[in-house]
Design a protein around this ligand. Structure first.
Ligand code: 4NP
Length: 161
């Protein structure tokens, strides 16, 4: 089993959308029994909440179903997940400091857009204080970067039939 955790700040905008996009691509490939996914936030701001309604609207118009309640990253995640993918540098730094006190201090934390062909070392911008067009932009960025991550995953784990 390969497990992928997407992480942002609030776990109501970027990371649940990333999780939904990834899950849809995995399902389309028939790999949902082998590859599992979840998302979490570095903050405790929205624990137990549904994703932001703008996230749900954006997902909906792109045919993506999100079933998620906000949760915060916890220590066990560093052991449980094969890949931990941060949406921006701030999330990545936060995760790196947390993992030092986990049982997996050497775990590599990835930056989402480093799997993209076009967005190397760039953040997925936080759309929380933006509007619908900012969510659309996040969707486009995630969808493109996810293709890169997916090819990495398929090659690295020999999942291509
Ligand atoms: P996210 O967006 O990290 O993509 O889920 C945010 C959600 C909530 C807040 C900030 C960013 N907030 O400050 O509550």
């Amino acid at each position: 089993m390969i497990k992928v955790l997407f992480v942002c700040l609030g776990n109501i905008c970027r990371s649940p959308l990333a999780e939904g996009i990834f899950a849809a691509k995995i399902k389309a490939l028939g790999l949902e029994k082998i590859v599992k996914t979840d998302s979490a936030g570095t903050s405790d701001y929205h624990i137990g909440e549904l994703p932001d309604e703008r996230t749900l609207a954006c997902a909906n118009k792109n045919g993506i179903i999100i079933q998620h309640r906000g949760r915060q990253v916890h220590r066990h995640d560093f052991k449980e997940f094969t890949y931990i993918i941060a949406m921006d540098h701030h999330n990545k730094r936060n995760l790196e400091s947390r993992k030092l006190t986990s049982s997996e201090p050497d775990k590599e934390i990835h930056l989402m857009r480093n799997f993209s062909r076009t967005g190397l070392d760039l953040p997925v911008p936080d759309p929380y204080y933006g509007g619908e067009e900012d969510f659309d932009e996040v969707y486009r960025i995630l969808d493109e970067a996810m293709e890169g991550f997916l090819s990495h995953l398929l090659t690295k784990h020999s999942l291509i039939s």
